[in-house]
Design a binder for this molecule. Structure first.
Ligand SMILES: Nc1ncnc2c1ncn2[C@@H]1O[C@H](COP(=O)(O)OP(=O)(O)O)[C@@H](O)[C@H]1O
Ligand SMILES: Nc1ncnc2c1ncn2[C@@H]1O[C@H](COP(=O)(O)OP(=O)(O)O)[C@@H](O)[C@H]1O
Ligand SMILES: Nc1ncnc2c1ncn2[C@@H]1O[C@H](COP(=O)(O)OP(=O)(O)O)[C@@H](O)[C@H]1O
Ligand SMILES: [Mg+2]
Ligand SMILES: [Mg+2]
Lengths: 112, 294, 112, 112
């Protein structure tokens, strides 16, 4: 088993979810995060003076899946999340030694 | 011929009625149902899926997908069924069972048509979609056995799922053939003799989606009732996997008391689209059964 | 060392924390996340029409612990977090190659 | 590749970011989390009675980087995040089997 962590632009969440559903992946966990990278934050006016917010809101998708599905899943995420502009985000693949479905006790590939 | 159609149609419509009626109380316990509904006996939708009154779930929709695949080719072909289930899945159905989804996903990933045996495949998902296979093979017992196992193993490879599905199929074959409840009882007894785990007296321990619990529940309420309505009401009010137990009970009761025995009020709540497709599939599958007669 | 990531129903946080404390685990990091899976989101009315919010609020618990404690910890989480209804959540176990307590520089089993 | 997850006191975020930038790490993903540990939450008054909020707000920094940089990076984080008081936080190092830059498809060390 592996975990894919994808940090993407927030407006891309729906599109990425759709692309994963198409290949049979319908379960995932999502968090709102802040991204720092080459893409620059925006300028805001606060109490009269301008300042740069140096982070950008991102969405982090976590999906645990079988190793065989990783190439297809990353391809689907890239295709859906890419705009070609800086800040499109990253995909990280992390090993998962065990997965459990709390409701039933099912393990590993039967847990997801 | 007339009688056979009335019983086959009763089985398929009864299945859809049980699905829609039970879906309101799926995953509730008998106590919770009593508290919220008293006796649940009306097509009101709702439930954990937020259904419209009379709306069916994956149980009926999987049957329709399997039936479509069989009718398109005039026989069972696992690849054709896989494609039909994928098409159904991609239409964003209201629910997809966990193990069914794993099978569909496996097929999308590597094209394989057979699940490996697993202790975790004891759910009722494969058992539930077998009715079209039963109807298409009324005249060919060998094909019935082979097609049943072929379709089951697309997602569920477990000896209790296999045995239970075959037994329910034998029961429907015997009921549709006009042999009455005693013929069905003989088939149930044969299953219990081979796999005592399916024994259902004094009463089922549980009505969960575990195929053993599901079938115990359906045997208990079917053999303990004498009308379509009383069978279904007894079944769904036990809660647990109520749309699935309801569907299977509706299948057996419908095959016994025929389509005429299904309360009009319940039948009217099914969508016309579902009813029309069921009727057309019944005729197509029975015609197929006749061409296959040995 | 391993990291347990448990995605659970939010109202279960207290119970799961208790259960972990009972077996000697008193340190953990928690995040609010959104869950997508078989459990349906709720229906909302917006400008007169009904629509389904397709995610559910979940809580993600992260606890780094020694490998020997993983079976006990997962058992405790399951027991506390399970309701038997769809959406109870998942447990994922991930390898951790190093842990450090920032305050003291202690490493690995002494860091947690 | 490795992922460093650092759970730190929120006011230390800027300092830690600076310290990482100094050693050439300019990309990271940050999340607001709640921490439970030895450091006690604070007391609040609500409707007249006092109660303890038993968690503390923390910030979780995630940075994926090459294995060779991990010692330098952890040292930089410790130096910047440490106050010497309980609750300074933890660093966890996790293996990453693959990284992808969504915008370009670049892999692994070229993705970050
Ligand atoms: N080394 C890293 N580790 C973890 N997350 C990172 C890392 N580098 C960048 N990120 C995340 O990826 C996002 C996009 O990175 P950025 O450098 O702006 O653009 P791009 O990936 O298109 O080159 C950042 O906002 C941050 O959330
Ligand atoms: N493959 C997955 N990877 C990561 N998180 C998942 C995955 N599948 C489900 N989840 C998380 O688990 C939660 C519960 O999943 P769900 O399918 O609704 O019910 P259950 O786990 O009871 O079968 C989801 O809301 C989501 O947060
Ligand atoms: N075993 C653990 N796994 C994951 N996070 C932990 C663990 N123990 C502590 N933490 C995180 O580290 C923070 C600091 O821990 P605490 O015990 O309060 O202080 P210190 O690390 O200075 O001894 C906690 O608030 C929590 O966010
Ligand atoms: Mg259903
Ligand atoms: Mg069901």
């Amino acid at each position: 088993l592996c975990k894919i962590e994808a940090v993407i632009k927030p407006f891309k969440l729906e599109e990425v979810k759709e692309a994963l559903t198409e290949i049979g992946i319908a379960g995932l966990t999502v968090a709102e995060v802040k991204g720092f990278g080459r893409q620059k934050g925006h300028t805001e006016i606060y109490r009269g003076s301008e300042y740069t917010v140096d982070f950008l809101p991102k969405v982090k998708i976590e999906v645990v899946l079988e190793e065989e599905l990783v190439p297809k899943a990353t391809e689907a995420i890239i295709k859906a999340a890419r705009t070609g502009k800086i800040g499109d985000g990253k995909i990280f693949v992390i090993p998962v030694t065990e997965a459990i479905r709390i409701r039933t006790g099912e393990r590993n590939e039967h847990a997801i | 011929r007339e009688g056979r159609r009335a019983r086959a149609l009763g089985a398929y419509l009864g299945f859809a009625v049980g699905d829609a009626l039970g879906a309101t109380v799926e995953f509730l316990s008998a106590e919770e149902i009593a508290e919220s509904y008293g006796v649940h006996r009306r097509m009101i939708g709702g439930g954990w899926l937020g259904l419209k009154p009379g709306q069916v779930t994956d149980d009926t929709e999987m049957c329709l997908a399997v039936g479509r695949a069989i009718l398109a080719l005039g026989r069972f072909d696992p690849c054709s069924m896989a494609e039909e289930l994928v098409r159904w899945y991609r239409g964003r159905p209201v629910d997809v069972g966990a193990t069914c989804l794993q099978g569909i996903r496996r097929y999308l990933t590597d094209g394989s048509l057979d699940a490996l045996p697993s202790r975790w495949h004891g759910g009722n998902g494969a058992c539930l979609r077998n009715l079209p296979v039963i109807l298409a093979t009324l005249g060919d017992e060998e094909a019935f056995g082979r097609w049943t196992i072929g379709q089951c193993h697309f997602t569920h490879n477990h000896r209790f799922s296999d045995a239970g599905t075959l037994a329910l199929g034998e029961m429907v074959r015997s009921l549709v053939g006009g042999e009455g409840i005693s013929g069905a009882r003989a088939a149930a007894d044969r299953l219990i003799a081979r796999h005592p785990v399916f024994a259902f007296d004094p009463h089922p321990a549980s009505s969960s989606g575990y195929v053993v619990d599901t079938i115990q529940t359906v045997f208990f309420t079917f053999f303990g009732s004498d009308s379509f309505a009383s069978c279904l009401i007894a079944t769904v009010n036990r809660g647990g996997d109520a749309d699935s137990t309801g569907a299977l009970a509706g299948m057996l009761a419908g095959a016994t008391y025929t389509a005429e025995g299904i309360p009009r009020g319940w039948l009217r709540k099914l969508s016309a689209k579902v009813v029309n497709e069921i009727e057309s599939q019944v005729d197509g599958l029975l015609a197929l059964a006749d061409t296959r007669k040995r």
